[in-house]
Design a protein around this ligand. Structure first.
Ligand SMILES: Cc1cc2nc3c(=O)[nH]c(=O)nc-3n(C[C@H](O)[C@H](O)[C@H](O)COP(=O)(O)OP(=O)(O)OC[C@H]3O[C@@H](n4cnc5c(N)ncnc54)[C@H](O)[C@@H]3O)c2cc1C
Length: 499
């Protein structure tokens, strides 16, 4: 029997990000992964702005940027251009980087932080009581942990063992994927062609290999176990894109079945689901890995706060309360893209394309779509009476000691004090080591609060305008969010706080 604080099942992007978050805060964490040597299949390429921001808040974005290629315009439909250059972010782009590169960056960080990996180990059983979870693995051992998180992908064993429904349906269309060499590669980083015959995407790995992805109406029902030879891929790409780009050697190919499903619950007692184990969608829009990484960002600091800092258990419930609606929104968005591009009826497709072109001409609608596509527009719910900035993404303001996303890199809460006197920052610094405090006098958005408590995942936990009581209110908010390490509020500080 081995024992740890948190057992993470699955070393895909979600499990790796979660392991990094836990280890950063000193939580003992083991990752059980069924693959021993072989790499995870690269499916994702698109890394969106919000994911780059959260990676920046851990000092990982620049490394990933160096491994990919930026794209600043996308076309969800012919004539409907989404220009990302005006995005209010340090990353006004979609980064095209193979999933293997993202995993590499995350695994290196996890190892540097001391995460233990158990590879070649498949989870096969799970039971829990009020104090612990016991997980049986294929080697015959049992892992004991205070919490377990199933980051074990679309066919999650953890989800099945917990008896959680995966509600939804399959898309009818099978996707064709192949890694190929091209003699005449497209000039665009992300090549996309859509027509009556289907859709083709071509994306570079950056090492001379390209990923070709095809939704071919003539072949979308070919059974998944039928091999996909190079000639078939070449034929599909040529018919849909009008060229085969000089397609030569093919090193790998597969047919994929796309689904739209969401776990009914993300938490059962001491067990959680994250990433594809919790939600799967159409690959159009490139949302799956991005959503999984952000699930991990949301859950990681909460588990750490409970395990290490004695934060109230309510914090763990807030994971499902915040992330389940986000998963549902992502499902709706990607389903919309799927209908737009792959819908069976040509008339329906044309009508939807017309609608999106019109939508993109209207400022608020365009901002809403871009916010959802990039993750920049995401906000968590706030309670009545809370400051309007509560739950919103914290802008990457320049403060005295650096940018907000640099100041968050040690994984602690950040108290940003923009008042002239700075009493909130001083009072919180005296009360707690769980919070970093900073004075910040530079430019900010209009109607921006005077004092903000920023969560480790970069969302505003609490905000207030300047006033007589602001320092005491900041200490009290810090105590509520950060647990017993905050002197002012005692060991049960988190209990009964909002979800
Ligand atoms: C064609 C295609 C293109 C895509 N493009 C994009 C894109 O551009 N952008 C994007 O964001 N997303 C994209 N996605 C989705 C993205 O690939 C997934 O959402 C992402 O891989 C999910 O990561 P994960 O870590 O949750 O799960 P996975 O990557 O599936 O990892 C799960 C891990 O768990 C392990 N495991 C499974 N069962 C067990 C067990 N019982 N015990 C131990 N280990 C286990 C597996 O071996 C695996 O390593 C695409 C998907 C497809 C199919």
């Amino acid at each position: 029997m081995s024992e740890t604080d948190v057992l993470v099942v699955g070393a895909g992007p979600t499990g790796l990000m979660l392991a990094c978050e836990l280890a950063l805060r000193g939580v003992r964490c083991r990752v059980a992964e069924q693959r021993s040597e072989q790499p995870n299949i690269t499916r994702a390429f698109a890394v969106h702005a919000r994911t780059l921001e959260v990676l920046d808040a851990r000092g990982l974005a620049d490394e990933l940027l160096a491994r990919g290629h930026p794209v600043q315009e996308v076309q969800p439909a012919p004539g409907a251009v989404v220009d990302l250059r005006t995005l209010d972010s340090r990353f006004p782009l979609i980064l095209m980087a193979p999933q293997s590169a993202t995993e590499h960056v995350l695994e290196d960080r996890a190892r540097a932080l001391g995460v233990e990996f158990a590879r070649g180990v498949r989870v096969i059983g799970l039971r829990q009581d009020t104090d612990r979870v016991l997980v049986d693995v294929s080697s015959g051992r049992t892992e004991e942990a205070a919490f377990v998180v199933g980051c074990d992908g679309a066919h999650s064993t953890v989800r099945r063992l917990l008896g959680v429904d995966f509600v939804g349906s399959q898309y009818e269309t099978h996707i064709m994927l192949a890694d190929v060499r091209l003699d005449r590669p497209p000039s665009e980083t992300l090549f996309a062609a859509a027509g009556p015959e289907g859709v083709v995407l071509v994306i570079p790995f950056g090492d001379g290999w390209f990923r070709a992805i095809a939704w071919d109406r003539r072949r979308d029902r070919v059974p998944l176990d039928v091999p996909l030879p190079a000639e078939e891929m070449r034929d599909s790409v040529t018919r849909i894109a009008g060229t085969d780009f000089g397609m030569g050697e093919q090193r790998w190919s597969s047919r994929f079945l796309s689904e739209r499903r969401q776990a009914r619950r993300y938490r059962v007692g001491r067990a959680f689901l994250a990433g594809d184990a919790a939600h799967v969608h159409s690959p159009l829009g490139g949302q799956g890995m991005n959503t999984g990484i952000q699930d991990a960002m949301n859950l990681g600091w909460k588990l750490a706060a409970v395990v290490r800092d004695g934060a109230g258990a309510w914090l763990l419930d807030s994971y499902e309360a915040e992330r389940h609606p986000v998963g549902a929104q992502v499902l709706a968005l990607t389903d919309g893209f799927n209908r737009l591009v792959l819908g069976r009826s040509a008339v329906g497709r044309a009508a939807r394309r017309m609608a999106i072109r019109t939508l993109l001409r209207v400022g608020p609608a365009r901002r809403e779509l871009v916010g959802r596509l990039t993750g920049i527009g995401l906000a968590y719910p706030r309670r009545r009476g809370e400051h309007p900035w509560t739950g919103r993404r914290m802008p990457d303001l320049a403060c005295a000691d650096g940018r907000v996303n640099e100041l968050l890199r040690d994984g602690r809460f950040l108290l940003v004090d923009r008042t002239g006197a700075g009493t909130a920052a001083r009072s919180v610094a005296d009360a707690s080591t769980a919070v970093r405090t900073v004075r910040c006098g530079g430019p900010a958005p209009q109607r921006f609060p005077a004092v903000l408590l920023v969560r480790p995942d970069g969302y505003v936990a609490w905000a207030a305008e300047d006033g007589e009581d602001v320092a005491a209110a900041a200490v009290s908010a810090t105590a509520r969010w950060c647990g017993r390490r905050v002197g002012a509020a005692g060991s049960d500080a988190g209990r009964g706080a909002p979800v």
